[in-house]
Design a protein around this ligand. Sequence first.
Ligand code: AMP
Length: 424
Amino acid sequence: MAIISSFSEFKLNKQLLTAIGDVGYSSPTEIQVKSIPAILGGNDLVGIAQTGTGKTAAYLLPLLMKLKYAQGSDPRGLVLAPTRELAIQIKSHCDQFAANTDLRVAALYGGTGMKPQIAQVEPGVDLIIATPGRFWDVYKSGAFASKQIKTVVLDEADRMMDMGFMPQLRKILELLPMKRQNLLFSATFPDKVRSLSQEFLDYPVRVEVTPQATTAETIKQVLYEVPNFKTKLNMLQHLLLDDHVQKAILFVKTKDTANNLWKFLSRKQVGEARVIHSNKDQNSRLKAIRDFTEDEVRILVTTDVSARGLDISMVTHVINFDVPVLYEDYVHRVGRTGRAKQEGTAITFATPAEVYHTRKIEELINLKIPTELMPKSVEVTETGYDEKQEMAREIDSQRKKEDPTFQGAFHEKKKKQQGRKKRR
Ligand code: AMP
């Protein structure tokens, strides 16, 4: 079998190929090469692939190809995901891929009012991306009929099983027409997922890709636990004044931080920098990338979204000014250095509120990122009241995620303060 090395070799239409180009993907990943033709061929499919392998596009692209354009009023495709975060993430991928089509895509998930979601599907919808519970509730409200759903995707099936969604999945799958295409994606394939696939899938093609691209061995990784934003700036300045940092990409979470950091760097005269994020127009982004690639400047500040698909080599340092919240982004960020067997260093700054995410990243990459102490010469600035509160809130919400019965230290403190006020 010839190896597919370009998206144009799949039987995808022009609208999708243009969108793939716009997103910045240059060639398909292994799971995409293995899944897209099988799905387009109408097979049921079991895909064993972790987050970070490109599994979302592996099923969304052929699914969108099948749906093609807006048609009728009831959904024809359904993607079920275990969590609201994943549903939102899939929807945002989908919006990018479907940008040149008139397909109507709705995301239904809990934790937010149902009415706007009902209003989204009622005028007509082609594809629904949902968590099982909310899908059921919206269906029960009578907002759409289920008999046109001819393709269903169960994403992160192992997590759905772990979260006890089996009874709900059964109920939902019973609503769907018997003759349909089923796609199941899962990072692992325990017995529970095996029986799910045996129960619902029809002679599935099984594709598997090797686990998560681990961070290359040529990359030295370091973590600095830094108390607050200002100290991060001090630490950054210290690093950038070091000659070893010949060419660095600075990753930040938001466009605002990107802009602020750029201003900070200009003020501190540590060397010229360029900044790219989604609010910059295409020309200035291209110019920034060119200046950086051609060594006109040694620092590029960017958000994750803007950095996707960039192939910039010879980067000596990746600096994660913020810890990425999408954990697989860590792998993508770090992969920007140490390319093609060159050595590289990836440095991560983590505030107390971000340490939780670094632990999750370590689980994903199966590696403990070595922690180093900040050099003594770096000034440790005191944490301001607002930042302290914000971090306390963030830490509380992380602990609640791990233990839903946890009331929260922040919550406690607030209650005590309120009590004190009342007594006064
Ligand atoms: P996923 O495994 O679907 O969560 O995707 C992981 C990341 O890889 C996402 O940031 C995607 O945007 C990105 N991605 C998916 N397919 C490709 C591709 N063919 N080329 C480059 N990046 C990709």
